[in-house]
Ligand binder design. Structure first.
Ligand code: CA
Length: 237
């Protein structure tokens, strides 16, 4: 089992994240502040593979924790979690040596994708079934739509279609559930994150853009269908 340490003082982020990671088969440990995080990482028996490290923590800051981990636990992966884009610039500027960075609010899917690539890069001693479960998700195929998650690439028939991250994640979710009607709430929750508080119309805007890229006639979509009063459905193969 891949062991993840979630370092987060805000319970509103910590609990849903922990829940979903556990659902996806990770062993999850939690530290509520920087000192606790360092203590857990230093403990030899825990064998943590990846640390999701919030930047703003009470007491010892995320940057200090990151420095400690890079120096003392080079085998552990570190993904920094920040509240603002400009904090990322700060972290990058500090050259802390974290493997990756995400900004709150992040979508769970995006985080999972980053975690996966960090874990791969580091070739942690995860149990084979965990990596296999992750590998299973690498290529999605629905009719002539082929999505390669590793390359972050979508092919429609013979042509490669460029998709911004959010549209990519949206289509990915639809493809994973091809033939099934998904409610607006389900889609917003999965693609925009459990903490999405923006305008729900965002979804329609993204659907429209997605249609313009993958439908032959976007005005009469055949792939992404509107299910009235419910949400959307990707036509099955
Ligand atoms: Ca925090």
């Amino acid at each position: 089992m891949t062991k993840i340490l979630v370092v987060e003082d805000e319970v509103a982020y910590r609990d849903p994240l922990t829940f979903r990671l556990e659902q996806d088969g990770f062993t999850v440990m939690v530290a509520e502040d920087g000192l606790e995080a360092v203590r857990m990482c230093d403990e030899s028996g825990l064998d943590i593979d990846l640390v999701l490290l919030d930047l703003m923590l009470p007491g010892m800051s995320g940057t200090e924790v990151c420095r400690h981990l890079v120096e003392h636990h080079p085998r552990m992966g570190v993904i920094m979690v920040t509240a603002k884009d400009d904090e990322i610039d700060t972290i990058v500027g500090l050259e802390l040596g974290a493997d990756d960075y995400v900004t709150k609010p992040y979508s769970y899917r995006e985080l999972l994708a980053r975690m996966r690539s960090v874990l791969r890069r580091r070739a942690v001693a995860a149990e084979p079934q965990t990596l296999e479960a992750l590998d299973d998700r690498d290529i999605l195929e629905v009719g002539t739509l082929v999505m390669d998650m590793d390359a972050h690439e979508l092919r429609v028939g013979q042509s490669v279609v460029d998709l911004p991250l959010r549209e990519f994640e949206l289509l990915q979710y639809l493809m994973e559930n091809a033939g099934r009607a998904l409610t607006r709430a389900q889609i917003l929750d999965r693609v925009w994150g459990f903490d999405f508080e923006g305008d729900p119309k965002t979804l329609d805007v993204h659907i429209k853009r997605l249609r313009s890229r993958i439908e032959e006639d976007p005005a009469n979509p055949e792939r992404i269908q509107t299910v009235r009063g419910v949400g959307y459905k990707l036509a099955g193969a």
